[in-house]
Design a protein. Structure first.
Length: 317
């Protein structure tokens, strides 16, 4: 069984023909996902990164999250802007997020109202020391280790190969080393809730980074801490992030994120470009502003979102 087939099997993916036809008619392609059962009253979020102009895939995720929250009485939808990976947030990309939320009609109940409020009160870069304190339980339980290996070294190391830095007691030193979560400490029973098997997670992510070499928290750590603070109990994301879900569930226990551990995860289809590749902000793939300026663009986007949502039990209210 190939890697792609194995992934599909793990996630129970069914590439529904009807979904594919609708999305193809909209000018995009899709990848399948698992249908999720409904539940009432949720706390969820959309979590864009201001690293480029948002594209059709981002918009579909926003719409599905919003639709799910709207159909569950008493639900909460947070706007969580992830700027941790950016030394500087380009104003045009931050503005684009607020424009998109408005143009799409997303019913955000909590979060920054605009770029200025975000910079003053919501930027994650202002909270690095707070995130650093979250390392204490991970270090106390021997769940992380210092690693000096470069990205290139890790890419060339095959799955299942023990990191030579493990057991050396290396500390995280800015510019020299990072902290990684020990893959031999993955909890299979917890990870199973994401639809990913431990073997899949080890092969794809291995000892994933928790604290980066540039002295900032990783996406996985920051995401769990933020979702814990927001009391998130429902996460709607593309199925390409299913393994990130598994990694985050591994962190949730020691970080006392009990609500996140018991959360509902909906991993939906991805929109892809004409070559079948995942859309990327760097590629300018179907930038949302271009769609908005095109006749029939909104209808085309909504049709694609309905088709993707149908596969996971989310419908326009």
């Amino acid at each position: 069984m190939g890697r792609r087939d194995a992934f599909a099997t793990v996630h129970g993916i069914d590439s529904t023909r009807d979904v594919g036809k609708v999305i193809a008619a909209c000018g995009w392609k899709h990848r399948g996902a698992r249908r999720a059962a409904g539940r009432r009253s949720v706390i969820t979020r959309i979590a864009p990164t201001p690293s480029g102009f948002l594209h059709a895939g981002n918009a579909v995720n926003f719409l599905l999250t919003d639709w799910l929250a709207r159909t569950e009485p008493g639900s909460t939808l947070h706007l969580r802007i992830d700027d941790m990976n950016l030394v500087r947030v380009p104003p045009r990309f931050l503005d684009d997020i607020f424009w998109a939320v408005d143009w799409l009609g997303i019913s955000v109940t909590h979060g920054p109202s605009g770029p200025e409020e975000f910079r003053q009160s919501y930027s994650q870069l202002q909270r690095v020391d707070e995130f650093r304190q979250e390392l204490d339980p991970l270090l106390a339980e021997d769940l992380v280790f210092g690693c000096r290996c470069s990205r290139a070294t890790l890419l060339h190391r095959g799955p299942g190969v023990v990191d030579p830095c493990l057991g050396h007691g290396l500390a995280a030193r800015p510019g020299e080393s990072s902290l990684r979560f020990r893959s031999d400490r993955f909890d299979a029973s917890v990870i199973a809730a994401s639809g990913v098997q431990v073997t899949e997670l080890v092969d794809s992510m291995g000892d994933f980074i928790v604290w980066r070499r540039d002295d900032l928290p990783s996406y996985q750590l920051a995401s769990v801490v933020l979702d814990r603070e927001l009391a998130v109990d429902t996460v709607v994301r593309g199925r390409d992030l299913a393994e990130s879900t598994a990694a985050q569930l591994s962190l949730a226990g020691p970080l006392d994120a009990d609500r996140f551990t018991a959360a509902r995860f909906v991993h939906h289809d991805l929109l892809t470009d004409e070559a079948g590749a995942k859309m990327s902000k760097r590629d300018g793939a179907d930038a949302l502003r271009s769609i908005a300026a095109t006749a029939g663009g909104r209808s085309r986007l909504w049709r694609a979102a309905r088709a993707v949502g149908a596969a996971v039990g989310i419908a326009l209210p």
